[in-house]
Design a protein. Sequence first.
Lengths: 82, 170
Amino acid sequence: MSEAPNIDRLLAEWSTAASMTPLQASAVRQAVLRSKPEELSYEWWRKLFSGSQATMLEMRPIVHRAKWTWPDAGFGRVVGEA
Amino acid sequence: MGQRPCDVEAFDALFEAHRAPVHAYLRGRTNHSDQALDLVQETFMRVWRSLDTVRSIPRDEQRYYILVIARRVLNDVRRIERRRGSVQSPMSDPALEVAKVEPLGSLVETATVIDEAISKLPEDMRTALSMSVLGGMESAEIGKVLGRPASTVRYLIYEARRRIAEEVKA
């Protein structure tokens, strides 16, 4: 008979992975305070990551947004090289 | 809109107090982490633009007001998506493939298994669970947002946990 899964533990682990990270929250907050998406320059996004310890998992949604905003900027390539 | 320091301070307080519940709501509704983040941004963009109105609302009602904005944002996006007839999934973007293989250990493995189980839940059940687990909200609070009695929310969360346990055991 298989052991019953510890749902509390599993959901706690899921919550840790699924919650907004501090970096993502900071990016969202800063983007809102800029208020106009067109003012969020490619350079601005690049600076946001420079010197950060962000993992690719944290960067992914932000990269996604940047790619939509500047489809030809090669943002994914730059981050991939970082 | 010109930014006054007191506005930024007020916005920061609202953002910190409500970002987790708003994210949890949108994560549950969309079942998509990237889209949820985009919608959190759009929701707080609207909060920022109507900051004076939000601030005039009693503190204990602000969360519900912001969650109503989140629901409207989501409805707007869904309406646009329906009009377009299809939705481009950011997951299908090859430039982002590298992120999927980032080794982050067993935490991500567990999260992926649970994520799959959660994604199979009906939307209301998934949203109630997400708001409880990610948003740290009580059943009564969730019920007020979802328009359901607290007892129904408790049942939805119980049933969600039961189904996830079944899925994980299988």
